[in-house]
Design a protein around this ligand. Structure first.
Ligand SMILES: Cc1cc2nc3c(=O)[nH]c(=O)nc-3n(C[C@H](O)[C@H](O)[C@H](O)COP(=O)(O)O)c2cc1C
Length: 202
């Protein structure tokens, strides 16, 4: 059961970028409030279109009220099976219009993703792990969490310390043993011609 699974990078990157990954095995250990504050501070300082900061986060801490259970109830079955053991569940939410003029913010989801990425890197710095999920019911999240019109649930996010997977069925636990994979850079970074790698990549 890997607690660490550093990315087999082709080029040097920051150690936290290598170390961040999305496990299914989380420890039941709670996350300290000061660490939660640092996570959302990191998210808060992401860049955003017109500095709108369209990200919102509904945070459920296990044992504190029923927000954790309400978020858990929105997760797809496969995700809930492992996410239930983690100490913190979050729904990220995008504000879809600009506060300054009411216009549609085409980059709201992009900016929420940026904030989530900052949060994940800060989590790595703090010894925590983050697992983002599309597999939840946004309509149910809207109802359960009172998310208003003009805001859209984006992802569910699991936060906690890495675990040994002892609470998980073997098939679920085995997911964490898979190799980390990425497309080669030449398939995602192009020069002047579509799908042609730039000269500096040669
Ligand atoms: C927007 C988004 C949605 C995802 N949805 C799910 C999900 O529903 N269930 C799940 O187990 N993992 C989910 N993941 C995790 C991805 O599968 C994972 O990030 C990807 O395989 C790369 O692995 P790594 O994060 O360990 O590098 C999601 C990740 C993102 C960013």
């Amino acid at each position: 059961m890997p607690v660490d699974k550093p990315a087999p990078v082709d080029h040097p990157v920051h150690p936290h970028i290598r170390a961040r990954w999305s496990p299914v095995a989380f420890d039941v250990r709670p996350v300290e409030p000061e660490k939660l504050r640092s996570l959302f501070e990191a998210a808060r300082w992401a860049s955003s279109s017109f500095n709108e900061q369209p990200w919102r986060f509904v945070v459920g801490v296990k044992g504190q009220g029923d927000t954790f259970e309400r978020i858990l109830s929105t997760l797809g079955e496969a995700n809930a099976a492992w996410a239930q053991h983690a100490p913190v569940l979050v729904i990220s939410v995008a504000k879809l219009s600009f506060t300054r003029n009411g216009n549609s913010n085409r980059h709201a989801w992009h900016d929420v993703g940026q904030a989530a990425a900052s949060l994940a890197i800060q989590a790595t710095e703090l010894g925590l792990r983050v697992h983002q999920m599309a597999g939840f019911n946004p309509a149910k999240a809207r109802t359960e969490l009172g998310i208003p019109d003009d805001y859209e649930p984006v992802t569910a996010i699991v936060i906690g310390y890495p675990g040994d997977g002892s609470l998980l069925p073997e098939t679920t636990r085995a997911r964490d043993d898979g190799a980390r994979q990425r497309r080669p850079m030449a398939q995602i970074v192009f020069g002047g011609t579509w799908e042609q790698p730039p000269a500096w990549l040669a």
